[in-house]
Ligand binder design. Structure first.
Ligand SMILES: *Cc1c(COP(=O)(O)O)cnc(C)c1O
Length: 420
């Protein structure tokens, strides 16, 4: 067993596994009964203190939670009994904003006890890096270096990565996302560099990103009158969101069951069908933030169900949707209601539309705003309304980033130069 502090700075345990909470406590049933009268911060604090109270004072934790929860999580009724939990009202318009903000502030409070700044390294294919940049920008004592592959991210994503400055540096790598990941991994294995720079990671398996993701399941229930037979459909890639949902249920939130909604990368739905887990190379799809062939949180799912696929089936059903059907779903719902789904939310919505039974109420997580995937959405809705007013501000901002080759020597010398 390790402390929360160790788990967040190391991100990955030395045995190549994943950190898992030793105990997922049950919240006081009275608290859950009175959920509707609680503020979002009260809920966040009540959940997180069970995991972190040993290391952070109640006052620090309250400050972290309040600073993290700086945006809304509205539950919107879409059609019939299907509701959408909009998780895209944060600074980079994706749910990853919440985890990144929370992690950055936890690190800030924990390092104020240390003497040295720490250096967070992140490789991104687009979305995660933007959320991490926004989440860490202006946080004292933490420098962030984000690596992204040149010409492989959208214009909007590039802006969201490169317009921060101050403690957030971005490197445009002449290479692929895999090259970016290799550079970061090599740096973590470089003992001398680690000693010099106190390297840390902000990747999606960091337990401090998982904890705040439990909050929004509670926020969804807060906004519901009827808690009977609530099914939550979770568009999934690395399965962090779904794990957080399971933890929320274990803490006492009465979620009836989940749907693991995936694109053509369906190792988990296939596992639920066959009982055999076969991680595969990832396939490119329109829902590209979920293009994960070997989900990193699968180990946590297994741990939750003690390796028993029967038990997993009793709480999670699998679903997957192909690219053409993603477009059809976006188009159909727009024709019917004018609600615009992003490609990830479209999968979550469609899973409910196809599988919700009478007497059940469905919630799907809308994990990103459609403006982030506007090229795909336009394929489905050619005459869609313009989001110009939403993107104007960021388009005006000036990008600053350095370009480096994909050689480790270049990357290393950049890092050591930055440090002086
Ligand atoms: C990361 C991401 C997902 C997948 O979430 P996981 O927790 O990795 O399953 C879904 N949609 C969007 C928009 C994302 O950025």
């Amino acid at each position: 067993m390790v402390s929360f502090e160790e788990a967040i700075f190391n991100s990955l345990p030395p045995d190549n596994g994943l950190y898992y909470p030793e105990n997922i406590p049950l919240l006081d049933p009275a608290f859950i009964k009175e959920l509707r009268s609680k503020s979002q911060s009260e809920i966040g604090l009540e959940i997180s203190r069970h995991f972190m109270a040993n290391e952070l004072s109640e006052l620090d934790l309250r400050r972290i939670v309040e600073e993290t929860l700086s945006f809304d999580f509205p539950l919107v009724r879409i059609i019939g009994e299907i509701h959408c939990l909009e998780l895209f009202h944060g600074p980079t318009w994706a749910f990853k904003d919440l985890g990144a903000r929370f992690l950055s502030r936890c690190m800030q409070h924990l390092i104020s006890k240390k003497e040295k700044n720490i250096n967070v390294l992140v490789a991104t294919s687009g979305d995660t890096g933007g959320a991490v940049a926004a989440g860490f920008h202006g946080v004292d004592g933490v420098n962030v270096t984000i690596l992204f592959p040149r010409n492989k991210v959208s214009d909007l994503q590039r802006k969201q990565l490169t317009t921060w400055g101050e403690n957030v540096m971005t490197l445009e790598v002449e290479g692929s996302f895999d090259d970016c990941q290799r550079l970061v991994k090599t740096a973590f294995l470089d003992k001398d560099l680690n000693e010099e720079l106190s390297l840390s990671s902000a990747n999606s398996i960091n337990i401090a990103r998982l904890i705040p993701q439990m909050f929004y399941y509670f926020f969804a229930f807060q906004q519901l009158q009827n808690w009977d037979n609530v099914i939550v459909s979770v568009p999934s890639g690395n399965y962090g969101n779904l794990c957080a949902g399971l933890f929320a249920k274990k803490m006492g939130l009465p979620i009836a069951r989940f749907i693991a909604a995936s694109n053509d990368n369906k190792a988990v739905p296939d596992y639920l069908t066959t009982g055999h887990y076969k991680p595969l190379p990832s396939i490119e799809t329109y829902a590209n933030a979920m293009d994960v062939g070997a989900p990193s949180n699968f180990a946590r799912l297994l741990e939750f169900f003690e390796g028993n696929v029967q038990r997993m089936r009793s709480l999670i059903s699998g679903f997957s949707l192909s690219d053409p059907e993603i477009l059809k779903t976006i188009d159909h719902l727009y024709q019917k209601t004018e609600y615009i789904l992003d490609p990830h939310g479209a999968i979550g919505f469609r899973a409910l539309q196809e599988t919700l039974d009478d007497g059940e109420l469905g919630i799907f997580l809308e994990t990103a705003h459609p403006v982030k995937f506007v090229d795909t959405v336009k394929k489905a809705i050619p005459n869609m309304p313009s989001y110009q007013s939403k993107t104007e501000e960021i388009e005006r901002k000036k990008s600053t980033c350095m370009r480096i080759s994909s050689s480790y020597e270049d990357f290393r010398s950049y890092l050591t130069r930055q440090a002086v």
